[in-house]
Design a protein around this ligand. Structure first.
Ligand code: ATP
Length: 339
């Protein structure tokens, strides 16, 4: 289990994470969702002992990362796939990590197989694509066969097959009773992978709930209704105090009522209905609703400029393609050292 309690992290005048508390439970995939710059990576770095919190604490199995007796078998993390020695081959990188942590070489071969790295195992990491780098980072995270897996934007740069692979990996880990905590700014990705979602915006927790609750709690739902006497029906429904908005195809969206209420109101006045469909909200809608304030703030920051990646399905506006400061990673703290 991971416990973050009243954790604040400031970089000079900038508050990256502001009094954040949440727990990540075993046996589940917990998605850590938020717009770019919301504080996800910072929180994960504090959990992994790579950054000291300004106040509050982050504990793994009740201890700070630095006090874990067997860190690599307790927690594996993919934090920054770029933090690997470029001149080494993937195989040597993993062997070096294994050697420093007393992990047998046979496990290196296993994780290479697990992550599909066989074809590039003897290639230098410097020439790796983003996707291969991600796979190598995940391979390093898996080396100690850890009980807890922390993955920061794991599908970043992966091809569709890789995305499905990460999803299956996370789900099978959770099924085995292990703890999976993965961040994403893509709500569509989290919707397909997570059981529980912690949403962060502007360094603060906006929501912490099972995925289903977040979906059903969204207020932007309604009922789609279509009738040959649509205009008259719209008047009847509006008269009952529900908001009725015409849709381009001649149907209408009724807000504030259930489909049962709309159906009964229509039947009472003898309206024929061609369609009566409750509109479930997508995670995207729920997310946009939750992060509305944070998004406005980001939009104000970015002005008119739309950074690369904005067109990505389900991505929120981001104020910067990569805000990490060069050198913000502590010397020698590549993801392998983090475990
Ligand atoms: N080393 C640092 N020095 C100064 N500010 C920092 C540093 N690291 C992060 N920040 C700032 O803290 C805020 C949170 O950043 P963080 O990387 O945790 O966000 P994130 O949610 O992981 O975003 P992304 O999805 O873009 O990685 C941002 O405003 C960022 O600019």
């Amino acid at each position: 289990m991971i416990e973050v309690t009243a954790m604040t992290k400031r970089y000079g005048a900038k508050t990256a994470v502001d009094d954040v508390s949440f727990t990540v439970q075993p046996g589940k995939v917990t998605g850590f969702l938020g717009p770019n710059g919301a504080g996800k990576s910072t929180t994960m770095r504090v959990i992994m002992g790579l950054d000291a919190p300004t106040s509050g604490r982050a504990l793994i199995h009740g201890r700070p990362y630095a006090d874990l007796p067997a860190p690599l078998t307790t927690v594996g993390a993919l934090l920054d796939a770029k933090g690997v020695h470029k001149g080494r081959t993937a195989l040597n990188h993993l062997r070096a990590l294994a050697a420093t942590h007393g992990i047998p070489r046979s496990r290196v071969d296993e994780v290479i197989g697990l992550t599909g790295l066989e074809p590039v195992a003897d290639k230098r990491v410097g020439g790796f694509s983003l996707g291969m780098g991600q796979r190598l980072g995940i391979a390093a995270a898996l080396l100690g066969d850890p009980e807890i897996l922390i993955l920061d934007e794991p599908v970043n740069g992966l091809d569709p097959e890789g995305v499905v692979w990460v999803r299956n990996l996370a789900r099978s880990f959770a099924r085995e009773g292990r703890t999976v905590f993965l961040s994403s700014h893509l709500m569509s990705e989290v919707a397909q992978t997570a059981d529980h979602v912690v949403v962060i915006g502007r360094g603060r927790i906006i929501a912490d709930a099972p995925l289903d609750d977040i979906l059903s709690g969204a207020t932007r739902r309604g009922v789609r209704v279509r009738s040959p006497r649509m205009g008259e029906l719209a008047d009847v429904l509006a008269h009952r105090g529900w908001e009725v908005a015409p849709l381009p195809d001649g149907a209408a969206q009724v807000m504030g009522a259930t489909s049962e209420e709309v159906g009964e109101a229509a039947a009472r006045d003898g309206f024929v209905l061609y369609e009566l469909t409750p509109q479930g909200s997508t995670l995207e809608e729920a997310y946009m609703e939750l992060t509305h304030e944070a998004t406005e703030y980001r939009t104000a920051l970015q002005g008119e400029r739309l950074p690369a990646g904005q067109g990505e399905a389900g991505a929120l506006p981001s104020h910067a393609a990569d805000h990490r400061r060069p050198g913000s990673q502590p010397a020698g703290a590549q993801e392998g050292d983090a475990r």
